[in-house]
Design a protein around this ligand. Structure first.
Ligand code: SAH
Length: 271
């Protein structure tokens, strides 16, 4: 009998941020093909009977081509197995999920798609940054920084008055921020970089846009990280002060920034 594939969004890391449906499919799976992000640490408990395959490390490949992953999924499904294809976040947010669905359906294999909590929303949220906030921002734009944005895109983004969320953006951070500034986004625009969201080593760097690249460099910010640009970074100053264990209280510049944020927010009638 033919097996089937569940394309599963694994959320931003912790197993208890999986959907109930995702956890159920993982528990039923014969094979789990996973990569780096998502709930990889708890996988053995989530899928006690399954063969676990890290497709980030298929033997013989340095960086696994998408075709090799597609072929692996197809082979296991044809062998009659229930295959869980586990991805970080949501499978359709820069996850190449659509490509896998197309390859599988072309091979006559049935595919179920299970959404996941995307890092684009949940990682900023975890440090008190709502991607939208009444009176501050009513749109948000999620972009990939994997490839440098074109001049047209940067001009467009700078004029959108949106919350900008950049995934895979550390390699192109300088290019993106310089472009936004060049096209008129205010250098005072608040911004944040959240590295390793939901991990014990999670770290947040907040700075106005003009200082973000320097600050990221100074602190050695690295992937995986979510970059947020927009006034929403300051939408919940009290919560951030109370909850964000990353905020070192004694640092005078940060102290002064927090006061400014609070004033800024109350001036807008938010707090
Ligand atoms: N499908 C995923 C995104 C895949 S692209 C989703 O919906 O979340 C991979 C990028 O996502 C990383 O480079 C990083 O920018 C971001 N990312 C995913 N998980 C993250 C986490 N726990 N902390 C910080 N960034 C994360």
């Amino acid at each position: 009998m033919m097996g089937a594939v569940s394309l599963i969004g694994g959320g931003p890391g912790p197993a208890d941020l999986l959907t109930v449906r995702a956890a159920r499919r993982l528990a039923q799976a014969d094979v789990v093909c996973f990569d780096r992000l998502g709930p990889t640490e708890e996988l053995r408990e989530l899928s006690p009977h399954a063969e676990l395959i890290d497709v980030g490390k298929l033997p013989g490949y340095h960086r696994v081509p998408q075709e090799a992953i597609n072929a692996l999924l197809i082979d296991h499904a044809r062998a009659g197995r229930q295959v869980a294809r586990l991805k970080g976040g949501d499978p359709f947010v820069f996850g190449r999920g659509g490509e896998e669905v197309n390859a599988l359906t072309a091979a006559g294999i049935s595919v179920e798609i299970i959404p996941g909590i995307s890092s684009a929303i949940s990682v900023p949220q975890s440090v008190g940054i709502p991607v939208t906030h009444r009176g501050i921002s009513h749109t948000f734009t999620v972009m990939s920084g994997h490839v440098p944005a074109s001049e047209d895109q940067l001009r467009h983004l700078a004029g959108l008055d949106t919350t900008l969320v950049v995934l895979m953006g550390m390699g192109t951070l300088g290019h993106t921020i310089a472009g936004l500034l060049r096209h008129g986004l205010s250098p005072d625009t608040p911004a944040a970089i959240i590295e390793r969201g939901f991990r014990a080593s999670q770290r947040t760097t907040r700075a106005p846009l003009r200082d973000l690249v320097l600050e990221a460099h100074r602190r050695g910010c690295a992937s995986p990280a979510v970059i947020v640009v927009g006034e929403v970074v300051h939408a919940m100053p009290q919560w951030v002060a109370a909850m964000d264990p990353q905020l070192p209280v004694p640092e005078p510049d940060l102290d002064c920034q927090m006061t400014q944020h609070a004033t800024h927010a109350s001036a807008r009638g938010i707090v």
